[in-house]
Structures are given as structure tokens and as C-alpha cells.
Design a protein around this ligand. Structure first.
Ligand code: CA
Ligand code: CA
Ligand code: CA
Length: 484
């Protein structure tokens, strides 16, 4: 470039300048948001997570949360300044720690430069970056409600909870989800609904709507969670009520007469972060820092190529830090196998929730496993034809699941047609909340094992690619968690 510039200066100086300038402009226009994955990670390859689980089998989940979050932050703080310095400290760089990575907007030339750095393991597309100068308010400030111990008396219990043996957990084991926080990575939650408002997590150190970041977590007025896309504390849904529906299956408490939720005394933490792995990582970090125990994800992302590896690293490291993650198996029966089940539900440590009908039959609209990880940089495991068996367990994807209505009270009709594995996932998230309410220090991988060991197998015999280990049995799962 320089030699060409000098040569051009000698002959056609003014024209060369113009050319050079427009080339630079062109390049700046081509800036891309990327995630530079640091060389040092807590988990360095496909074998690292199973090894971590084995080594930490007797550790408490609460201890690991503290220890691993600190360790992840330490790794990030040590390596990221070196990466940025080598690139001439590019403007607007954003640090992540759930994976040691820098998210930044770079020109194609800078990206090539970054790929050559010894401190950079891989360069992934980052997706959207939010405008972090925005400030917003929540439209209603809920006061922490006094909650009596949960009782299902005089309340209608829908078939889906009965069939998963959930009421027996409440009545016989007196476990209702108390003490557990379930983060809902979704499209917002109507926290004003009468069946949800007592169960919304309230950030204890944040003063609402005062324009200040009172708890010093970098987010202004994050009272219930955060909308990372619009960078606002308001987490009410717009026209899409998906997150209200999924939340009602996790923790709808039946104030209006019908208990829609598996864990009616759990807390809900609404997070909104669609638009790529950078935003998702921010939501994961929020869940880990603010004490969420479970992360419920009713979405499914196709066609990510090697970027699947970044999601897997993020999920596995979050598992090490004690965050139980669940995602629905998806509803893509027309896609080829092994890509009917996608991200995040295709990640080995993420509990993939499949679904069956009321008659325990496999519905035509849901995705099947297996999942393949061969061909994904740094993993290269679970090759076809066997692949990785998914889903892991089954719940109910509807139709006719009891759900809170989109307004502030009431329910959808009993025969409502809503269906999809988006509804299976929150059933599983709710049962995980019951398990952790009964035995809070159960490790993430153990929660998955317990669910699979206590599920009722559905033919064909054994864990299979339609119904996983079978239909969840909440009662047996919680009892098992209470053993020892
Ligand atoms: Ca804050
Ligand atoms: Ca505030
Ligand atoms: Ca089976």
C-alpha cells in the first residue's frame, strides 16, 4: 500500500490522494462487529467441561458461582488489555468475561491483524451492539410483596402440571420454588399480571427510576432485569407475549384462580437480548452476577457455523459457575437432521426440552435429534451418524397449556391453540427451580442427570432422539435431589 502510494504521488499526486481517501472511507464503511476470543479460557476444549464436572462433583453450586465468576473475570482482566494494545486500542471496545473476549467494531484489515495475534484464539461475528447512552424507566415500580406459603387449595390445577406430578411436590414435599431465581431470556414479561407480579425478581440494591446506577453494576435503574437490545430497564413486552406465556409456565402463582406455574414461589428475572452472541453474553453475565439459578431460553438459532462453538463455550463456562440452562428443542421438522435442534438447545450441557402430546405421542411439529458437533472449531465431537442424542427430557409443548392472558389478569381459554417447544422449556425450567429450591447446592450437571434418571421412558426404549430420556417426573426428581 505504501509503495503504491509513493509511486502514485510521483506521477499523479492529486488523483492518488483521492483514491487513497475513498479506499479508507470504503474500509471504514466495511467495519464489522466482531468478538475476539482470547487465547486463555477456563475451558479450552471439548473435554474440559466433563473433566471440570468430575473434578468438582462434590463442590457446592453456591461456592462455584463465587469462585468461577471471579476466575472468569480475572482471566479477562489479564489478557484483554494485551489484545487491545496490539490493535492500537480501537475505539468502543467492550469487554466480556463469561467468555474471555473483546467485542469491537473493526475494519477488514484490522480483523486480519487480530487473527494473527497470539492472544486471539478465534474471531467470531458479534451481532448488534447497543447504544449504551440511552436511559429509560420502568412503568410500574412493584413493592416487594409479602408472600404466604403457597397453597393450591381452591385453585384449578391444569392437566400438564398433574401429568408431570408437580402438585405432589407442592403438597407432599412442600417445595414450591422459594429461594430460586429463574432468568427468562425472552421477549419481555408482563410483570403487571396478577399471577406474576408477586414473583418478579426485584434488584435489591437498585433504586427505581432515579437515573442512577445505584448498585454499580453498570446498568441504570435495572429494577427487574434488563432490555439489553434497547438498553433500557423496561422489560414489559410489546405486542409479542411470548415471554409472558413462558413465564406463566415457570411461576404463574394462581392468584386469579388457576395455577399455571410449575414453581409458584420462584422468582422471575426478565432479560431481553436478541441480536447475536454479544447481547446474549451480556444477559448471561447479568444472570450470573445477579444471582439467577436457572436460565430459561425459548429460542432456537440456525446456521451459526463455527459460532456455535462460542455459544457452547459460553454455556459450558456458565454451567461451571452454577447456572442451569434450558432451551426448547424447537419446531423445525422440515429441516434436515442433524440441524433440527439448533443453538442453544443443541449444546451438550444445555438441557434440551422436547415435547409430547397429552397422550404421550410425538407431535409432528417438533424437532428431532441428533445434533452434530464435528466440524465446529475447537470441538469436533459427536460425529454423525450417531451424533449427540437430543432432546434430553420431555414436557408438553401444547396446545391447551394453561397460560396467563396477555392483559393484567385472567388466562387464555383452556383449549387455546398455542403450541411449540417454547412451552416445553419453561416446564423444565420450573422443575429445575423445584429441584434447586429443595437442594440449592446441587450442581448444574447433576440437575440434568437427576431429570434424566427420573424421567419416564417413552418408546423406543432408552434415551432417544424424539423424546430424550422421557417425560419428566417432578416428584421423583425432587425426591432424588433431596437424597443423601
Ligand atoms: Ca444498576
Ligand atoms: Ca437507580
Ligand atoms: Ca425412549
Amino acid at each position: 500500500m505504501l509503495a503504491r502510494l509513493f509511486a502514485a504521488l510521483l506521477l499523479l499526486a492529486p488523483l492518488a490522494y483521492a483514491e487513497e481517501e475513498s479506499e479508507m472511507e470504503e474500509e471504514l464503511k466495511q467495519k464489522r462487529n466482531v468478538i475476539l476470543l482470547g487465547k486463555t479460557q477456563l475451558l479450552n476444549d471439548a473435554r474440559a467441561y466433563p473433566k471440570f464436572c468430575k473434578q468438582n462433583a462434590n463442590r457446592k453450586r453456591s461456592e462455584l458461582r463465587k469462585e468461577i465468576v471471579a476466575k472468569l473475570k480475572q482471566i479477562a482482566a489479564r489478557e484483554q488489555p494485551k489484545i487491545l494494545k496490539a490493535l492500537g486500542d480501537p475505539e468502543g471496545a467492550r469487554s466480556l468475561w463469561v467468555v474471555n473476549a473483546v467485542a469491537v467494531s473493526l475494519t477488514p484489515k484490522q480483523i486480519e491483524q487480530a487473527k494473527k495475534l497470539k492472544t486471539v484464539k478465534w474471531v467470531y461475528p458479534a451481532g448488534a451492539f447497543p447504544d449504551e447512552s440511552v436511559k429509560g424507566k420502568v412503568s410500574e415500580v412493584l413493592k416487594p410483596a409479602r408472600r404466604e406459603p403457597f397453597s393450591a387449595k381452591k385453585k384449578k390445577i391444569p392437566w400438564n402440571l398433574e401429568m408431570l406430578h408437580v402438585p405432589k411436590v407442592w403438597e407432599e414435599l412442600h417445595v414450591t420454588g422459594a429461594g430460586v431465581i429463574v432468568a427468562m431470556l425472552d421477549a419481555g414479561v408482563n410483570y403487571k399480571h396478577q399471577d406474576l407480579r408477586r414473583n418478579i425478581w426485584i434488584n435489591p440494591k437498585e433504586v427505581a427510576n432515579n437515573g442512577k446506577d445505584d448498585d454499580g453494576n453498570g446498568l441504570v435503574d435495572d429494577l427487574y432485569g434488563f432490555h439489553f437490545v434497547r438498553w433500557k430497564p423496561e422489560v414489559l413486552p410489546g405486542n409479542v407475549h411470548h415471554g409472558t406465556f413462558t413465564s406463566s409456565v415457570v411461576a404463574g402463582d394462581g392468584t386469579g384462580g388457576k395455577v399455571t406455574g410449575v414453581a409458584p414461589r420462584a422468582r422471575l428475572m426478565p432479560l431481553i437480548a436478541w441480536g447475536g452472541p454479544y447481547l446474549a453474553a451480556r444477559a448471561y453475565q447479568y444472570a450470573l452476577e445477579q444471582g439467577a439459578d436457572v436460565l430459561s431460553m425459548s429460542f432456537s438459532l440456525p446456521g451459526l457455523g463455527n459460532t456455535r462453538g462460542l455459544w457452547r463455550l459460553m454455556s459450558e463456562q456458565a454451567c461451571c459457575a452454577g447456572l442451569v440452562q434450558i432451551s426448547g428443542a424447537g419446531n423445525f421438522p422440515r429441516a434436515k437432521i442433524p440441524v433440527q435442534i439448533r443453538i442453544p438447545e443443541g449444546i451438550p450441557c444445555v438441557i434440551c426440552a422436547g415435547g409430547v402430546t397429552k397422550k404421550k405421542k410425538f407431535p409432528r411439529f417438533v424437532s428431532k435429534g441428533p445434533v452434530e458437533w464435528a466440524g465446529v472449531e475447537f470441538y469436533e465431537d459427536y460425529p454423525m451418524p450417531k451424533g449427540l442424542i437430543k432432546p434430553d427430557v420431555c414436557a408438553f409443548p401444547g396446545p391447551a397449556i394453561a397460560l396467563c392472558a396477555p392483559g393484567d389478569e385472567g388466562y387464555l381459554p383452556d383449549n387455546n391453540g398455542r403450541h411449540g417447544n417454547s412451552l416445553s422449556a419453561p416446564h423444565v425450567a420450573g422443575v429445575c427451580a423445584l429441584i434447586l429450591s429443595a437442594a440449592p447446592d446441587t450442581n448444574v450437571w447433576r440437575v440434568k442427570e437427576i431429570l434424566e434418571q427420573t424421567a419416564k421412558d417413552i418408546p423406543p426404549r432408552g434415551k432417544d432422539n424424539e423424546t430424550g430420556a422421557g417425560l419428566m417426573n417432578a416428584y421423583e426428581a425432587v425426591k432424588k435431589a433431596l437424597e443423601k
